[in-house]
Write a protein that binds this ligand. Structure first.
Ligand SMILES: [Zn+2]
Length: 254
């Protein structure tokens, strides 16, 4: 029952995240006005604005102008619902669960805004930083661990960016990625932050090389790094503890 509630809560939050992803980079209010069809401008009726369900019964088209609604809207809602579910399956208590959900929500927005616009808005990172600092007073990794995590995440990425520029002569990462990793470190601690960078860079490199191989272009423009750091950070929040334990075991020879 609890898990059903958590999933529905995730779907509803996901619906709001779609609004944030569209409006925040355009510097529009996320509260007003209500949603409207981007094609015909007709306000969306409340019963056409239900997560996933409305998309299904509208068969993916606007009721007024018949224009296609992007499949991304229900997908973001589903991913957020599943993310919240996963968070509550591993969270040791309610507060950790809510913090984890906030973390997932922030990163869903970061991943897609970076994908669309190649930017990570300061407002999102600043908001996440405030949430992260407040949360660290109540849950793992604690305030000290969080500050250390922020320094490690931001610092390590700054180092990687510097090395990348030194070896390739191009700016590989934006300041947005560095600030993002500072924020992520508040939630996952220093080891989690380093693991996030490793996983994000690995995934980004694989996909980036794939895109270059199939579509041409260069590595620099191929992938928005934040789009890979964000899911890596969620994975680390969910399972990083285990991964680090296995790693420690492996180092100690099993
Ligand atoms: Zn329309």
């Amino acid at each position: 029952m609890m898990m059903v509630l958590v999933s529905v809560f995730g779907l509803i939050v996901g619906s709001f995240l779609n609004v944030c992803i569209y409006r925040i980079p355009r510097k529009l209010s996320i509260v007003r006005p209500g949603s409207a069809c981007p094609e015909c401008g007709h306000p969306v009726r409340w019963y056409d604005n239900l997560p996933v369900l409305s998309y299904l019964w509208l068969r993916g088209r606007c009721r007024d102008c018949d224009e296609r609604i992007t499949l991304r809207y229900p997908l973001v809602e589903l991913i957020t619902g599943l993310g919240f579910l996963a968070v509550f399956r591993v969270a040791p208590d309610l507060i950790s669960g809510l913090v984890g959900c906030a973390f997932v929500a922030l990163l869903v927005v970061v991943a897609l805004v970076d994908l669309d616009h190649r930017i990570i808005p300061n407002s999102i990172v600043l908001f996440g930083t405030l949430v992260g600092l407040a949360a660290a007073m109540a849950v793992s990794p604690g305030l000290g661990g969080a500050v250390l995590g922020a320094l490690a995440g931001g610092g390590a990425l700054l180092g990687v960016a510097w090395l990348y520029r030194l070896t390739t002569g191009v700016e590989g990462m934006g300041a947005g990625d560095i600030k993002l990793m500072g924020m992520v470190g508040l939630f996952v601690g220093w080891q989690g932050a380093l693991l996030t960078i490793f996983l994000g860079a690995l995934a980004g490199t694989i996909v980036g090389l794939g895109i270059v191989a199939f579509r041409g272009g260069n590595r620099r423009t191929a992938v928005p790094f934040g789009t890979f750091l964000a899911p890596a950070a969620v994975a680390v929040w969910l399972a990083g503890e285990q991964v680090l334990q296995w790693y420690a075991l492996a180092l100690n020879g099993g």
